[in-house]
Design a protein around this ligand. Structure first.
Ligand code: DMJ
Length: 631
């Protein structure tokens, strides 16, 4: 008996790829021989016996069907194919899948990684699970792994572990160190981690630390244009230009700070953070990017894009992600970001989407020479966030059926279909690899005689336990409730267990050097996003309990998977710029007006307000801001 391979069917949200029951089991295709009607006791007994036998078979038939329908393991067409023969299936009837059990297995994987980290590297920024050691990035720990994991601990209900993490944050974490950190990474992982921990626990310690950190990061924005420098010194607050790339900052990095600083503004009532990050968007948009597509570098002194290379992989990715998320974060009121997002998506569809040969896998290539140049068939695994982004962008986080009943355009429908196609491609990056894990970079093949869809170069085959594919699976699962997304996520998780879990060790999971080898070697590093993103998204993919409190139309995940609430701007905040490049005077309300926040900490508001409020954006290119200090 054969079953369709899920990946080959169109995924239109209606489960149509599952085999229909009527075609599935020809169990009774031959009638039993019939006897003439008789009502003698012997015949009655015989009838009863036959009825019993039929009931017995009906029972197994039902169990078998139910097991099949619920057990999509049997639909795989890959290296993990099972024997789908009728008899073996019949006699090895599996109980229906418990997604709750699978969710708990993800939780167990998290616990194993966390326990290894606690035992061998507690408090350190870098964890090397193979050598069972840890290191700090600077003179003192930044809380890289602990802070990035706080909300996952809360979501998974790991209360004891969370208590130990909280106590470390409270007693050990001190950002006052003479050390240069990357502005973007520190914002998305540390500031984002603290803010979401505060959101989920309402514990003030996290907001206190977040505000202290944010004030130290403010110096990064002290460039002539307000486009932040790549790095900042945590002690002096001095912004530091990139030493490479002719001093340019990455476009994705400068445009992926907005959710964090705006949420902090909302929480504290301090408008400075809001103004600083909003200004970046105004300066970037003054370049009037063609097709909404932006080169991956921007010069912080001039605000001009640098180079031609356009891509949705490294240095380009979350620029696009934060366009739609900025729009959603403030309750879909800031139309300006939706406009920019829509333009970008049209540009992506027009200039960057292609299909591979032979299997027509839809992918997003790169434009090394900008729009008008050739499309390179290179795609980073990082690009796999796009499926989720397009899904959220089309539906606004609502279930697809609900969204389709609302105002629904052809563009939205096309975007959603593209979301599903790209996510299928990203799944295939795993499915077609000997380890079941995706490489870091692939090159799609488009020659007419290609026999395989993509090629992996020797140096591109590593796997860093990245989250983008499972992120999109989680989002599309929530939006469609199509079980194929759960099934694909489960296969990926099983591959992590098989190849990334260090055997005979209590140190946990690690990265791999090459996924295209049946016996891959370990790379001695566990990225913090394994805990903050990959395992969180897998957990939520199999989980039903957080559907309400972490509903996609109520929260936005920052790019490091830290959830923040969607909030109303109220009377304090507004969009302070228009798309012709001018920046309007912010209409800050008189002091004393009530701030609509769930938590306002008087002392924090005061601490922030005490720092020089130097930025009043009143011209197209704002003046350099005076250094801020909270020391
Ligand atoms: C994460 O730090 C974030 O998701 C970022 O936006 C991109 N890269 C990593 C995970 O791969």
């Amino acid at each position: 008996m054969t079953f369709p391979t899920p990946g080959r069917k169109s995924l239109d949200g209606d489960n149509s790829f599952w085999p229909s029951k009527s075609k599935e089991l020809p169990l009774y295709k031959d009638k039993p021989y019939s006897a003439e009607y008789s009502s003698s006791p012997k015949v009655v007994r015989r009838r009863k016996l036959i009825a019993l036998i039929i009931a017995f078979f009906c029972f197994f038939y039902y169990v078998f069907l139910f097991g099949r329908a619920q057990n999509p393991n049997n639909t795989r067409g890959s290296k993990k194919d099972e024997d789908n023969g009728f008899f073996s299936s019949f006699f090895s009837v599996k109980p229906s899948i418990s997604w709750e059990k699978r969710r708990d297995e993800v939780r167990d994987a998290f616990k194993i990684s966390w326990a290894g980290y606690e035992k061998y590297a507690w408090g350190k920024d870098i964890y090397k699970p193979v050598s069972r050691t840890g290191m700090n990035m600077g003179p003192k720990p930044l809380g890289w792994i602990i802070v990035d994991s706080l909300d996952t601990l809360k979501i998974m209900g790991l209360d004891d572990e969370l208590e130990r993490a909280r106590s470390w944050v409270k007693n050990e974490l001190n950002y006052d160190m003479d050390y240069n950190v990357n502005t973007f990474e520190t914002t998305i992982r540390m500031l984002g981690g603290l803010l979401s921990a505060h959101y989920l626990t309402e514990d003030d310690i996290y907001l206190d630390k977040a505000t202290d950190l944010a004030n130290r990061l403010m110096g990064a924005f002290d460039s002539p244009t307000g486009i932040p420098y790549a790095s900042v010194n945590l002690h002096s607050h001095a912004g530091i230009k990139s030493h490479t790339d002719m001093g340019a900052s990455s476009t994705a990095e400068v445009a992926t700070l907005q959710l964090e600083f705006k949420y902090l503004s909302k929480l504290t009532g301090e408008t400075l953070y809001w103004e600083k990050v909003e200004n970046i968007m105004a300066v970037l948009d003054k370049n009037k990017p063609k097709g909404g597509l932006v080169p991956i570098y921007v010069n912080p002194d001039t605000g001009k894009y640098q180079g031609q290379l356009i891509r949705l992989g490294s240095r380009g990715d979350s620029y696009y992600e934060y366009l739609i998320k900025q729009y959603l974060q403030t309750d879909s009121k800031e139309q300006i970001y939706k406009e920019m997002y829509d333009e970008a998506v049209e540009g992506i569809k027009k200039y960057m989407v292609a299909q591979s040969v032979p299997n027509k896998l839809t992918y997003i290539g790169e434009l090394p020479d900008g729009i008008g140049g050739n499309l390179s068939p290179k795609m980073d695994h990082l690009v796999c966030f796009v499926g989720g982004m397009l899904g959220i962008g089309a539906t606004g986080g609502h279930n697809i059926d609900t969204a389709r009943r609302m105002k629904w355009t052809t563009n939205q429908e096309n975007d959603f279909r593209l979301a599903m196609e790209l996510t299928r491609t990203c799944y295939e990056l795993y499915n077609k690899s000997p380890t079941g894990l995706a490489p870091e970079i692939v090159y799609f093949n488009d020659a007419a005689d290609s026999t395989k869809d993509f090629t992996v170069k020797r140096l591109d085959g590593h796997n860093l336990q990245r989250p983008e594919t499972v992120e999109s699976l989680f989002i599309l699962w929530r939006l469609t409730k199509n079980p194929i997304y759960r099934q694909w996520g489960w296969e990926i998780f099983e591959s992590f267990k098989e190849f990334a879990l260090i055997p005979n060790s209590d140190a946990g999971f690690t990265s791999l050097n090459h996924v295209n080898k049946e016996s891959p070697t370990f790379r001695d590093n566990m990225e913090s996003f394994w805990l903050s993103e990959t395992l969180k998204y897998l957990y939520l993919l199999f989980d039903d309990e957080h559907e309400e409190d972490l509903a996609l139309d109520k929260i936005v995940f920052n790019t490091e998977a830290h959830p923040f609430p969607i909030f109303s701007m109220g009377s304090i905040f507004q969009t302070g710029w228009t798309r012709d490049g001018t920046i309007s005077e912010p209409d800050i309300k008189p002091e004393g007006e009530k701030v609509e926040t769930k938590v306002i900490l008087e002392k924090i508001v005061k601490k922030v307000s005490d720092s020089p409020k130097s930025v009043v954006i009143s011209s197209a290119v704002p003046k350099p801001a005076a250094p801020t200090s909270s020391k």
